[in-house]
Write a protein that binds this ligand. Structure first.
Ligand code: DP6
Length: 324
């Protein structure tokens, strides 16, 4: 029994930042993302007899027991849920260049969930697939669908699910992933968000504001209003990163060049080149813009920050089963 699935990664325009349940990965606030065409993970999952050892290959390299643990533990959780048995051969290829500075956990766990579903012939629907992807990593919930996707926070395993808002949006929206640094991040997203939930006096305000942002973002998408989408995404990203400074101890993912990139975006706007930024749990900056401005932005970044790498992306599709 085996199956291969492809899942694309996504960038949150309204961020998930904090859980109310660690096991089920129930978020404190809803989030909204754009699935990206340029970055994806392909995973072949083969179900082995229980007397064969689990093996995990990432980009052709066999991974240590320790490195395989999160993946194997996740598949065990799914087996328990569906009352299944067997061991695993997991072969994953990440087409998420480290240079892009985008997290691969969203595409990794969405591809695992989909290959598990197909290999065991469970035939769960996409809503259930988003639930089981969530058990691997919160952001994977949204990678089940293409285009614009909402993850409704909910308050139980049942109702914390992703919904497609527009699988093939008409919006002229390009993302430029600007690599500031490829080194592994100092504080994982799991740790960072837990720390703010536990210690920031402003956490309740974040949740309130993020829920407001979700409504505003949905209106901006429905109106095909690029400027409103970009502005809201930037404000929400700034709020998440400001919140991190208010934790105890306070922390930041920014590096000096993150700030420089933010200033460049402001300067570009002053010169009539409309663009916005967003950042996740790391120093890299993702710029949101329209096709007509892409070349000018890349040129400007190359002049000011000559060593950074820039990767272009736009809307990508949801889960695909490649082979069964
Ligand atoms: C800043 O999904 O990586 O990218 O659920 O603990 O695995 P876990 O966290 P993860 O967090 C992503 C945080 C973010 C915002 C987002 O993608 O919504």
């Amino acid at each position: 029994m085996h199956a291969t699935a492809r899942a694309h990664t996504n960038i949150a325009l309204i961020k998930y930042w904090g859980k109310k349940d660690d096991q089920l990965k129930l978020p404190c606030n809803s989030s909204l993302s754009m699935t990206l065409d340029a970055f994806y993970t392909e995973t072949k999952l083969t179900i082995l007899d229980a007397d064969q050892p689990n093996r995990f290959y990432l980009n052709g390299q066999e991974q240590s027991l320790k490195a395989s643990q999160r993946v194997v533990n996740y598949l065990r959780v799914l087996q328990e849920r569906f009352n299944l048995s067997g061991n695993f051969l997991i072969e994953s290829t990440n087409h998420v260049p480290t240079s892009a500075g985008l997290a691969s956990s969203a595409s990794a766990f969405a591809a695992l969930a989909a290959s598990f579903n197909a290999a065991y012939e469970l035939n769960v629907d996409l809503t259930e697939l988003s639930r089981i992807a969530r058990l691997g990593s919160g952001s994977a919930t949204r990678s089940v669908y293409g285009g614009f996707v909402e993850w409704q926070a909910g308050d139980s395993d049942e109702n914390s699910i992703a919904l497609p808002l527009a699988e093939h949006p008409k919006m002229d929206l390009t993302l430029l992933a600007v690599e500031i640094e490829t080194a592994k991040k100092s504080i994982s997203s799991t740790k960072g968000m837990n720390l703010v939930v536990e210690t920031s006096p402003y956490y309740a305000t974040w949740v309130e504001q993020a829920e407001l942002n979700i409504g505003q973002m949905k209106m901006a998408i429905a109106a095909n209003d690029f400027s409103a989408v970009g502005h809201l995404a930037q404000q929400n990203a700034l709020a998440m990163h400001a919140l991190n400074l208010t934790a105890d101890p306070g922390f930041t993912y920014f590096q000096p060049e993150t700030i420089r990139a933010m200033q460049l975006v402001a300067e570009l706007n002053q010169n009539g080149v409309e663009c916005y930024f967003t950042m996740d749990a790391g120093p890299n900056v993702k710029i949101l813009t329209q096709l007509k401005n892409v070349e000018e932005i890349i040129q400007r970044f190359k002049n000011d920050l000559p060593h950074v790498k820039i990767v272009k992306a736009t809307f990508g599709p949801g889960i695909e089963i490649l082979d069964k």
